[in-house]
Design a protein around this ligand. Structure first.
Ligand code: PDD
Length: 295
């Protein structure tokens, strides 16, 4: 069986087999979910938008007042070495930094002498099978129970975990998070909506993760003259949408074709991936094969 995590992994300055990578049970990532992470897709052994991912890592670290244990070049060197060591051409790199392990449990920060824990590994990039993509996936809406800094990519993901599990238990691929009558994003994805030929996306606020794929989609839309509206998406607009998509580094663009058991869209495409989503998927593939795979 293909292992999910490649050897070696990176832990606190060392490259070592996963089976030998150990951390203290007092690590604050474990005790408090006190840490941050990134997921970077790799195409043809090239990390995609690594600068942007490392910038987002830095803003999240700044947001939780944790010093970055590595420089940008330091992280890049770790990523290059993980990519080289892994057997797959397309990969997903996971980076995590926690606030380290003190010798006791205390909510307040540990002394500055306690180093952060830095962990990273490579796994295969699992893409959506063509039959799933061409059919689209089902999603549900759930109340957004997260905190008020959803723009930070932190490892405390309990509300996201519970929302995604609720979706899975209902045979769905994603849960759309609703707050104050607006759709913010998915449990682990950004959400786009198409209405009357306009691509609509929620704005980047403290209540949504600023997705790297979200930026790529908006760049592709601008390049191809696709009209875009960046504004909060009301629940009524979501339910009346012609198309709904989820986007992320690992899922790319995936059509949501049923929402809370009802088909998305009206007319001939109801309950099926719509034309703009298919077009965007093609633009994304062309971009990936020309720009991304070439670095
Ligand atoms: N999740 N919103 C949330 C809440 C996410 O967790 C993610 C990504 C995104 C999309 O961001 P990006 O396009 O940068 O991948 C939006 C990753 C893949 C994860 O948690 O595994």
């Amino acid at each position: 069986m293909t292992p999910y995590v490649a050897d070696p992994v990176y832990l606190n300055g060392q490259f070592l087999p996963l089976a030998e990578a150990g951390i203290s049970p007092l690590d604050r990532g474990f005790l408090y979910g006190d840490g941050v992470y990134e997921v970077i897709p790799v195409y043809s052994r090239r990390a995609f938008r690594i600068e942007e991912h490392l910038k987002r890592l830095q803003s999240t670290l700044d947001g939780i007042r944790l010093t970055n244990p590595l420089t940008t070049d330091g992280w890049k060197a770790v990523v290059v070495k993980l990519i080289e060591g892994a057997p797959w051409s397309d990969q997903s790199i996971y980076l995590q930094v926690s606030r380290g392990a003190d010798n006791k449990r205390d909510h307040a920060f540990p002394p500055a002498t306690v180093p952060p824990t830095a962990f990273a590994f490579a796994s295969p990039l699992v893409t959506t099978p063509a039959d799933v993509r061409t059919k689209g996936v089902a999603a549900i809406t759930v109340p957004d129970l997260r905190w008020a800094r959803c723009d930070l990519k932190v490892i405390s993901l309990l509300a996201n975990v519970l929302a995604r599990q609720q979706a899975v238990e209902q045979g769905c691929a994603e849960a759309l998070l609703m707050r104050d009558g607006y759709m913010k994003e998915g449990a682990a994805s950004n959400i786009f909506v198409v209405r009357d030929g306009v691509l609509c996306a929620p704005p980047k606020t403290e209540l949504m993760l600023p997705g790297i794929t979200y930026d790529v989609i908006l760049e592709l839309a601008a390049q191809h003259g696709q009209p875009v509206r960046i504004a909060e998406i009301e629940e009524t607009e979501l339910r009346a949408a012609d198309e709904v998509w989820m986007t992320s580094s690992t899922k790319e663009i995936l059509a949501i074709t049923t929402l809370d058991g009802k088909p998305v869209g009206n007319g001939p495409h109801a309950g099926q991936p719509g034309p703009l989503g298919q077009q965007m998927w093609q633009w994304y593939q062309d971009f990936k094969n020309t720009v991304m795979r070439k670095g």
